[in-house]
Design a protein around this ligand. Structure first.
Ligand code: GUN
Length: 292
């Protein structure tokens, strides 16, 4: 059995960031404004702190204006909504991102829906979700849009291909299915209650795994030659590396899957690096649309 090609998301994301930096430089030179991104973090979740730091760093690296708001874990919903209202009204802010998950006392969807849809660079507002579903000019969630860019780069036209999305979250699974439908795929959305998940996955020309279960998708679930996109980022114990050590794995058993797939994204270095690059791209798009 041959070995599938490895899809280098890190390199693609670097290229995309370069293109975003070029667009930002043009906006500054020709239009006299710098797109701005505000990131809001509530609490001290270590993984979220790393993401927020990387977002701010890369925002500055592509030449954009970066604003960071860090609020205590016991912040009330009212305080957070007041900050969102301020950012909605701030003309220097083109994009607003509230890092998820939020603490339990806060209703996440209420907060996401308080963001001006024109500044909703995560694409989580109900208006943007609705526009994506109805073919309108939506701001699209970053991770699934990054997956679509990788797929189009690899496969070109996706028309008529059978795509199976495993996972139905609002952040990845549902918008991924909408994007693939928009690209003329035949789309199946599978999830934890799907019967004979392996057989469903075996039908896929494109398999997107976004379930958050380490190495759940096995090599024999994959149709020979299929393109496999692994959205999972799971930290698991790695006793071979020493006591207490961990490593990152995806939702797909990579070594097995790579034997069967035509192409596959690794973890890390596949979908992960795409998310922030697309966020920066969405911010430029929001700035251009909002400022006309
Ligand atoms: N937490 C995990 N992924 C994301 C994301 O794409 N956006 C936000 N805001 N929070 C997240």
């Amino acid at each position: 059995m041959g070995t599938g090609a490895i899809i280098d998301g890190k390199a693609f994301a670097e290229g995309l960031r370069g293109r975003v930096a070029g667009a930002v430089a043009e906006l500054v030179r020709d239009r006299g404004f710098k797109p701005g991104l505000a990131v809001v973090l509530v609490g001290e979740d270590p993984a979220s702190q790393v993401y927020v730091r990387n977002k701010a760093k890369q925002t500055v690296e592509v030449g954009m204006h970066s604003v960071e708001h860090r609020l205590d874990a016991d912040t009330s919903q009212e305080t957070l909504l007041a900050l969102i209202a301020e950012l909605n009204a701030d003309d220097a802010v083109d994009g607003i991102l509230v890092q998820l998950p939020l603490p339990a006392q806060i209703d996440s969807q209420a907060v996401l829906d308080a963001i001006d849809p024109a500044k909703d660079v995560d694409g989580f507002h109900v208006v943007n979700a609705g526009r994506l579903a109805t073919g309108g000019a939506a701001l699209v969630p970053c991770t699934p849009l990054g997956c679509l860019l990788l797929l189009k780069d690899r496969l070109g036209d996706l028309s008529g291909l059978h795509a199976v999305v495993v996972g139905r979250s609002n952040i990845v699974g549902k918008p991924m299915a909408q994007l693939l439908l928009g690209a003329n795929c035949t789309v199946t959305v599978a999830h934890s209650r799907t019967r004979d998940l392996a057989a469903v996955c075996r039908q896929a020309d494109i398999l997107v795994a976004a379930v958050g279960r380490p190495e759940m998708v096995r090599g024999d679930w994959i149709k020979p030659g299929a393109t496999v996109i692994d959205v999972g980022i799971n930290r698991v114990p790695a006793p071979d590396k020493g006591e207490g050590k961990t490593r990152l794995v995806g939702d797909v058993a990579f070594a097995e899957a790579a034997e069967v797939a035509g192409a596959i994204t690794p973890v890390p270095g596949g979908v992960g690096p795409m998310t922030i690059a697309v966020l920066l791209r969405n911010t430029v798009e929001a700035a251009c649309r909002r400022r006309g």
